[in-house]
Design a binder for this molecule. Structure first.
Ligand SMILES: Cc1ncc(COP(=O)(O)O)c(C=O)c1O
Length: 420
C-alpha cells in the first residue's frame, strides 16, 4: 500500500511547525493522549462561528437550518466511517468516558441485577474500569478481569474460562493505550455473545487509527473520542445497535430529547436525539465531521500502514538499547495486525517523569505516568510509571530518531552510563 505523503500532511497541521519554549522544533509524540488538528478542522469550527452560529433543531431561519444540517451530516459521516447502519446509531457524548458511563447508567442500570458478572480485562483504561466498579457497587454485581499473557496480550484461555461464568456484560479495549496491543475485537465479541453477554468496546485508541466495521465486529456498543481523531475536544461518540438504543431509557432529561411534554408526562424524541438533552456541542460535531472527512481523504488504511511502519521502526531502534525496557509485543513478535502506534518504555535508573522532562528540553512531547491505567501499570507491569511515545499520520521517522537521541541524553544527564 502506498504510504501517505507525510510532509504534505504535516503542512495541514499548523502546530507542527511551531517551536517550544526551549526554542526547539516541536516533536509531538503524544497523539494517544490527544491528536493535533489540521486547518480543515480548525477552519470548519471557525467558519461555523463566523458565518452560521445558531442553535440547532429549533430555528426557522437560514443559519439555524444550516447548523442543524451540518451537525446531522457529521453524524452521517461518523456512521459511515465505522460502517454503522445509520446515524440513528450515533449518539454524541462528551468523550469515550461519558459514552461508557452512558451504557453503565442507562443500559446496565436496567438490565443488570445482584450477582450478575461483568467481565473486563487487565489492560483497560480507568474509563473502562471505574464505571463498572461503580455499577458493581450499586447493583451488587461481580467484576472480573481477564488476565494478560507475557504482560503483553490478552490470555485467551483465561478470557474463555471467565466467560464460562456467563457474564451479563463484557467490556474490553480494542487497543491498549499503554501496550499498543490490538485485541481481536471480532473474536472477543463472538466469544462473549456465545456466552450470552452484551459487548461494549472501548475504541478510543482504534477508531482514529484503523478501519472499523461495527457490523463485522458485531459489538453492541462502541465508545470513542473526537479529540483523538483530529477533531475538537468535548465531543465523543457512543455507537449502539439501533434495536438496543431503542429500548434504552435516556440518561438526561430536558430540551431536545423529547417529542412532547405535558404537566404530567412526556414522550421521548427519536434516535439518536433522545440521548442528547439540551443544546448540543454544535461546533464539536461540525469539527468532528471535518476530521472524519480529512481521515477519509488520506485513507484510514494508509494511515494504519504508516503507523505500523513507525512502530516497527521505533521498536527496531529501541531494540537492544542498554538499560531500556520496552513494554508490550516486542519487535520480533509484532505483526501487521497485533500492534498499534503506542510504544511505552522505561530507562533503568530513571523515573519516567524525569525522562519526559528531559525529552521536553529537546522539544519532544511524550507522556509519562500511569496513563490512566493504574491497575495495568502498577499491578501487572509492576512499575510506578512508564514513558510513552505514540504516533499518528503526521509522525516522521526523524522524530523517532530524535526520541532515541533524547534517550542517550537522559542517560548522560542522569549519569546512568554505569547503571547497567
Ligand atoms: C483506551 C482509552 N480509553 C478511554 C480513554 C478516555 O478517553 P477520554 O478521556 O476522551 O474520555 C482513553 C484516553 O486516553 C484511552 O486511551
Amino acid at each position: 500500500m502506498e504510504s501517505p505523503d507525510v510532509e504534505s500532511i504535516r503542512k495541514d497541521f499548523p502546530i507542527l511547525s511551531t517551536k517550544t519554549s526551549h526554542g526547539k522544533q516541536l516533536v509531538y509524540l503524544d497523539s494517544a493522549a490527544t491528536s493535533q488538528k489540521p486547518v480543515q478542522v480548525i477552519d470548519a469550527v471557525s467558519d461555523y462561528y463566523r458565518t452560521y452560529n445558531a442553535n440547532i433543531h429549533r430555528g426557522l431561519y437560514d443559519i439555524s437550518a444550516r447548523a442543524t444540517e451540518e451537525y446531522r451530516r457529521s453524524k452521517e459521516l461518523v456512521a459511515e466511517f465505522i460502517s454503522a447502519g445509520s446515524y440513528n446509531e450515533i449518539v454524541y457524548t462528551r468523550n469515550t468516558t461519558e459514552s461508557i458511563n452512558l451504557v453503565a447508567l442507562s443500559w446496565a442500570e436496567r438490565n443488570m441485577k445482584k450477582g450478575d458478572v461483568i467481565l473486563t480485562t487487565q489492560m483497560e483504561h480507568h474509563s473502562n474500569i471505574v464505571p463498572w466498579q461503580m455499577l458493581a457497587r450499586r447493583k451488587g454485581a461481580v467484576l472480573e478481569y481477564a488476565k494478560l499473557k507475557g504482560n503483553a496480550v490478552l490470555d485467551m484461555e483465561d478470557y474463555g474460562k471467565k466467560l464460562e461464568k456467563r457474564p451479563r456484560l463484557v467490556a474490553f479495549t480494542h487497543v491498549s493505550n499503554v501496550l499498543g496491543t490490538v485485541n481481536d475485537a471480532k473474536k472477543l465479541t463472538e466469544m462473549a455473545h456465545d456466552a450470552g453477554a452484551t459487548v461494549v468496546i472501548d475504541a478510543a485508541q482504534s477508531v482514529p487509527h484503523m478501519e472499523i466495521d461495527v457490523g463485522r465486529i458485531g459489538c453492541d456498543f462502541m465508545a470513542f473520542s473526537s479529540h483523538k481523531m483530529l477533531g475538537p475536544a468535548g465531543i465523543g461518540v457512543l455507537y449502539g445497535k439501533e434495536d438496543i438504543l431503542e429500548k434504552m431509557e435516556p440518561l438526561f432529561g430536558g430540551g431536545d430529547m423529547i417529542r412532547s411534554v405535558r404537566f404530567d408526562s412526556c414522550t421521548w424524541n427519536e434516535l439518536p436525539w433522545k440521548f442528547e438533552a439540551g443544546t448540543s456541542n454544535v461546533e464539536g460535531g461540525i469539527g468532528l465531521g471535518a476530521a472524519v472527512e480529512y481521515l477519509d481523504r488520506i485513507g484510514i488504511s494508509r494511515i494504519r500502514q504508516h503507523e505500523i511502519d513507525m512502530t516497527r521502526y521505533a521498536l527496531g531502534r529501541l531494540d537492544g538499547l542498554d538499560g531500556v525496557a520496552v513494554y508490550g509485543i516486542g519487535k520480533k513478535d509484532m505483526t501487521d495486525s497485533n500492534r498499534a502506534g503506542v510504544v511505552s518504555f522505561n530507562i533503568k535508573g530513571a523515573h519516567a517523569h524525569d525522562v519526559a522532562e528531559i525529552f521536553n528540553s529537546e522539544g519532544i512531547a511524550i507522556r509519562a505516568g500511569h496513563h490512566c491505567a493504574m491497575p495495568l501499570v502498577n499491578e501487572v507491569l509492576g512499575e510506578p510509571s512508564v514513558a510513552r511515545m505514540s504516533f499518528y499520520l503526521y509522525t516522521k521517522k526523524e522524530e523517532v530518531d530524535k526520541a532515541i537521541e533524547a534517550i542517550a541524553k537522559v542517560r548522560k544527564v542522569l549519569r546512568l552510563e554505569d547503571a547497567r
